[in-house]
Design a protein around this ligand. Structure first.
Ligand SMILES: Nc1ncnc2c1ncn2[C@@H]1O[C@H](COP(=O)(O)OP(=O)(O)O)[C@@H](O)[C@H]1O
Ligand SMILES: Cc1cn([C@H]2C[C@H](O)[C@@H](COP(=O)(O)OP(=O)(O)O)O2)c(=O)[nH]c1=O
Length: 186
């Protein structure tokens, strides 16, 4: 099974995806990856290099092509839990002004996840958690990204979990319940 966590910075994706991965004995992975392409992306996020928004969209898509090959290989023997995937590109890069059809087109080889958990949160609370260091970590931008994610949730049938005022344990229990319901239907 291929499970993806999405949400704005500070929504709890890394924490919750790692917890779920541990209890499923799944392989945990994330995007941007640690590949040379991922490293260049991180330099952009840390404001060390400047790139056109379309270049950035292409870099995320390229990082994902390489990542998807690895994910497909691991899925032959294990479940995979991924912290961010295709929907991060559709949400962030479209809010940054890149044409959505272009983003979808360069990501056409991405794998369709079995489950997508979208973690939503009050943007002020999220920003307090992440301290707003990266280029995308500002209130109005993240607000728009979250709205875009909620649109995508309808289109792609994500499981949406609001994490505002919930402990990590409470969010985790909700995730496990949804996971159990989903796997019982298989
Ligand atoms: N429900 C929660 N309540 C309080 N703190 C949380 C909660 N979820 C995550 N955190 C904390 O917020 C910070 C950001 O969480 P993280 O999982 O890294 O988010 P993301 O990967 O979405 O940016 C971490 O310090 C984490 O321990
Ligand atoms: C995978 C991906 C990430 N991003 C952005 C979202 C985050 O701001 C950043 C990833 O940084 P990271 O520190 O991994 O995220 P988080 O704060 O959620 O732990 O890159 C995109 O804009 N497009 C993408 O396709």
């Amino acid at each position: 099974m291929f499970i993806v966590f999405e949400g704005i910075d500070g929504s709890g994706k890394t924490t919750l995806s790692k917890l779920l991965s541990k209890s499923l004995n799944a392989f945990w992975t994330c995007e941007p990856t640690n590949s040379p392409i991922g490293k260049l992306i991180r330099e952009f996020l840390q404001k060390k290099v400047k790139l056109d928004d379309r270049t950035l969209a292409l870099l995320f898509a390229a990082d994902r092509v390489e990542h998807t090959k690895i994910i497909k290989d691991i899925l032959k023997s294990r479940d995979v839990v991924c912290d961010r995937y295709l929907y991060s590109s559709i949400a962030y890069q479209s809010v940054a002004g890149v044409d959505e059809d272009f983003i979808k087109s360069i990501n056409r080889y991405a794998l369709k996840p079995d489950i997508v958990f979208l973690l939503t949160i009050d943007v002020d609370v999220a920003l307090k958690r992440v301290k707003g260091k990266d280029i995308f970590e500002n209130k109005s931008f993240l607000q728009k990204v979250q709205e875009k994610y909620l649109e995508l949730a309808e289109e792609y049938k994500f499981i949406v979990i609001d994490t505002t005022n919930k402990t990590i344990d409470e969010v985790y229990k909700e995730i496990l319940e949804h996971y159990k319901k989903y796997s019982n239907k298989l």
